[in-house]
Design a binder for this molecule. Structure first.
Ligand code: HEM
Ligand code: HEM
Length: 175
């Protein structure tokens, strides 16, 4: 049984952590503040959507890698409630990231973002008439909360429980 996540899983975990946090911050603090009529909006949307689609692709690769390769057992003994919480929490992280990307792509298709970027169409006044926009807004907030819980759990393990759980997500091999 593996004692650490494989190197591809480790690389993708930290790369995706940075990308997702950038998207959450950029989306809520910069992108939504720009009016759709602002000439800078299309470039900002293009960057946000490209990074977002890349997150979706890398998350799928990460999921396949995790499912196919040996990985460390749950940090808690099988059958305990904490083992269940951990397992659900990790599945939720994957699911929410993919749902956020999916609702983003749905918005892109609804407003024909490809044609907008190419200069062949213009943006609607706003995205707020779209169901996918409401879903994207709610899902990104749920994702941010789940990530916060995940980070607090990692800090709890590292500094209170002191079981050095973070070593499982380290590039450096321990054995
Ligand atoms: C955008 C942010 C993040 C996302 C989406 C994310 C997602 C995940 C997922 C899905 C797993 C489970 C891997 C699996 O077994 O399939 C995981 C494991 C882990 N993450 Fe994160 N993570 C993020 C940020 C962080 C940060 C900032 C830390 C540290 C402070 C961290 C520490 C860990 C650790 C230690 C594990 C291994 C847990 C174990 O071995 O049971 N993560 N992460
Ligand atoms: C993990 C991937 C993604 C994350 C974390 C993310 C995050 C966010 C956040 C936090 C917001 C602001 C929500 C709010 O304050 O209500 C937002 C808005 C938006 N995102 Fe994403 N997003 C992602 C992927 C995508 C993708 C793939 C697309 C398009 C292909 C996209 C298109 C949009 C659009 C059109 C808006 C609305 C902008 C506005 O209302 O002016 N997003 N995103």
């Amino acid at each position: 049984m593996a004692t650490q996540y494989n190197r591809l899983a480790v690389l993708l975990h930290w790369l995706l952590a940075v990308m997702v946090l950038l998207l959450l911050f950029g989306g809520s603090q910069m992108l939504v503040i720009l009016d759709n009529a602002d000439p800078e909006k299309i470039g900002a949307l293009q960057g946000h959507a490209t990074l977002g689609v890349l997150v979706g692709i890398l998350t799928l690769i990460r999921l396949i890698n995790i499912l196919l390769r040996d990985r460390p057992t749950n940090a808690y003994p099988t059958g305990t409630s904490m083992a269940l919480v951990t397992s659900i929490g990790h599945k939720l992280l994957y699911l929410l990231v993919l749902a956020v990307v999916g609702s983003g792509i749905a918005m892109g298709i609804a407003v024909d973002l490809g044609a907008v970027v190419a200069g062949a169409a213009s943006l609607p006044e706003s995205f707020h008439h779209l169901g996918a926009r409401a879903a994207h807004g709610i899902l990104t907030k749920l994702l941010a909360l789940t990530i916060l819980g995940h980070i607090l759990a990692a800090l709890y393990h590292q500094f209170i429980k002191k079981d050095n759980l973070l070593r499982r997500m380290r590039w450096k091999r321990m054995d």
